[in-house]
Write a protein that binds this ligand. Sequence first.
Ligand SMILES: *[C@@H]1O[C@H](CO)[C@@H](O)[C@H](O)[C@H]1NC(C)=O
Ligand SMILES: *[C@@H]1O[C@H](CO)[C@@H](O)[C@H](O)[C@H]1NC(C)=O
Ligand SMILES: *[C@@H]1O[C@H](CO)[C@@H](O)[C@H](O)[C@H]1NC(C)=O
Ligand SMILES: *[C@@H]1O[C@H](CO)[C@@H](O)[C@H](O)[C@H]1NC(C)=O
Ligand SMILES: *[C@@H]1O[C@H](CO)[C@@H](O)[C@H](O)[C@H]1NC(C)=O
Ligand SMILES: *[C@@H]1O[C@H](CO)[C@@H](O)[C@H](O)[C@H]1NC(C)=O
Ligand SMILES: *[C@@H]1O[C@H](CO)[C@@H](O)[C@H](O)[C@H]1NC(C)=O
Ligand SMILES: *[C@@H]1O[C@H](CO)[C@@H](O)[C@H](O)[C@H]1NC(C)=O
Length: 533
Amino acid sequence: MALLLLALLAHIALGLAATAARGSRSTCLKFSPSHIPGVSVTAKTYFPTNATVDISNIFSSINTTGLPAFCRVELVIVTNATAGSFAITEAWLPDEWNERMLTIGNGGFGGGVAVSDLGGTAIPQGFAGVSTNTGHNSSAVDGTWAGPHNDNAIVDWGWRAVHLSVLAGKEITEQYYRRSIKKSYYLGCSTGGRQGLKEIQLFPESFDGIVVGSPANWMTHLQPWSIHMNLNVLPATSPNFMTRDMWVNVIGPEVMRQCDELDGLKDGIINDPRACSFRPETLTCRPGQNTSTCLSANQINALHRIYADYYEADQTYVFGGYFPGGENAFFNGLVGSPPFALPADWFRFFLLNDTQWTMEDYNATDITLGDEINPGQSNAIDPDLTAFVAPPRNGKVLHYVGWADQLISPGNSIHYYETVHEFTLGNSTLDIDDFYRLFTVPGMNHCAGGQAANAFGGVSQPRPLSFDPEHNILAAMVQWVEEGIAPSTVIGVKYKNDDVAEGVQFTRPLCKYPSTVRFKGGDPNSAASFTCA
Ligand SMILES: *[C@@H]1O[C@H](CO)[C@@H](O)[C@H](O)[C@H]1NC(C)=O
Ligand SMILES: *[C@@H]1O[C@H](CO)[C@@H](O)[C@H](O)[C@H]1NC(C)=O
Ligand SMILES: *[C@@H]1O[C@H](CO)[C@@H](O)[C@H](O)[C@H]1NC(C)=O
Ligand SMILES: *[C@@H]1O[C@H](CO)[C@@H](O)[C@H](O)[C@H]1NC(C)=O
Ligand SMILES: *[C@@H]1O[C@H](CO)[C@@H](O)[C@H](O)[C@H]1NC(C)=O
Ligand SMILES: *[C@@H]1O[C@H](CO)[C@@H](O)[C@H](O)[C@H]1NC(C)=O
Ligand SMILES: *[C@@H]1O[C@H](CO)[C@@H](O)[C@H](O)[C@H]1NC(C)=O
Ligand SMILES: *[C@@H]1O[C@H](CO)[C@@H](O)[C@H](O)[C@H]1NC(C)=O
């Protein structure tokens, strides 16, 4: 016992020594980094412990108190001197630094520093946090800034602004604390997932570990698929169209009736939608039935297409389909009216340079054209991660996706994982499980939300139950990189109404693909009642 205590004290003492690099108000206000080419500091602001942090931009905002003290350093980074293009990047540097850097990604076409995650994730866990506006200012769904022919802005969004921000962020952080960064991590979802994958594919030395959620990494197939999904039901006057009320009150409940209990628990969550072959025919309208409560033949056909993978006429795979279980969110995704605006902007301003383009103009030749042009080189689909994951780098990838994603088919996450898997087997002696793990989240919508254990340390989520590696996918990554302990599960939490203040509704393990979560019996609100099999 005494020995154990001694060992513990020694551990704590070492821990303190290791975290001695710190910042302060005076370090912050006096901070004047020596010349970094292309980078200028435009502002430094010190936020003492528990100060009001009320910062917003067009993409992200935070308004909170209760953060540990930090220094906010605002930068302008020249991305192409000839063109005069630049990105706005911020580094948030906590006084109590854990000697690690965390780069945080964006979402959609979002042109704004992810201040909400810098404050919500990086600062409370002691990371030096870095995030960029990707070279333009816009909301997540607005792509008008990309055209006409705004090539440098498109490339900045595609990969360049993140890369230059990682380089600048490392310099700034090391100069601020006068100490080298021990490890460099990445966290992002959606476009943020794409940005993380892109960076390790192009610049394997940038990170030691990346945590990516539902990546939009196959832009040239994701966008055609999105329009294909729109066209399955739109316009709203089409006989294929289904109202929000029908999705939520007719189709959703029938999916649950058919598939919810396949996993042994009736809880409105389909643990493994791959096991659910939803038959919409059961909802066929009887003669005289109110058509708001049942389906026509056109609607049934549309549903078959919506839940199916998308192939070209020659059977070339384009993209996955929706999985059963996310019906409450699908209307807000790609099958509602008006539809999610981003895909049409991609066609108008990134690919075709035709501001008048509408989804009715879509045809499958756009897939080939997209693959040829690959606007901004934004696809991040290289299955060869060797330079990042092999020694000496030994980089790690943790990837998560909600089975009820309404904006990017979860099939895309599985597809990318499997392409890496295949490449690894075919070309190396590495084992994918030693560097890349994919966790599926039953019931979770795009990056967050849904009837799901949807908080586990990812971006845009409520805070995890604890910052420990058991409940927090970022800490699980740190533990994998620094101690060699790979996560086999992460425990997610569902807060009542997704509001931390209202308390815990339930906890659940997230399972490593291809396993899925199974109910063992006991309290269905406790993660301990589940296993991965
Ligand atoms: C910050 O706020 C917390 C919670 O109210 C409190 O426990 C702590 O003492 C405060 N710290 C400082 C330095 O004000
Ligand atoms: C931030 O919160 C404070 C206190 O709740 C409020 O007074 C202030 O208006 C908020 N700021 C913004 C930009 O909404
Ligand atoms: C920089 O911008 C100029 C002017 O738009 C362009 O000609 C050049 O190709 C760009 N360079 C790079 C590396 O993107
Ligand atoms: C983005 O907004 C900032 C002000 O917040 C402005 O200084 C900058 O010029 C804008 N960037 C672009 C590319 O327009
Ligand atoms: C549209 O403009 C972008 C940016 O200049 C260019 O890369 C792309 O090739 C253009 N698309 C077509 C179809 O010409
Ligand atoms: C048909 O069903 C819808 C949805 O339940 C309801 O709002 C509507 O009043 C019904 N129409 C008739 C004519 O009963
Ligand atoms: C498909 O769309 C492209 C771009 O809008 C157009 O140039 C082409 O003519 C279309 N092809 C067919 C067969 O409609
Ligand atoms: C092995 O690598 C080559 C060259 O990159 C690639 O063409 C091939 O598809 C890979 N093999 C597998 C099984 O993925």
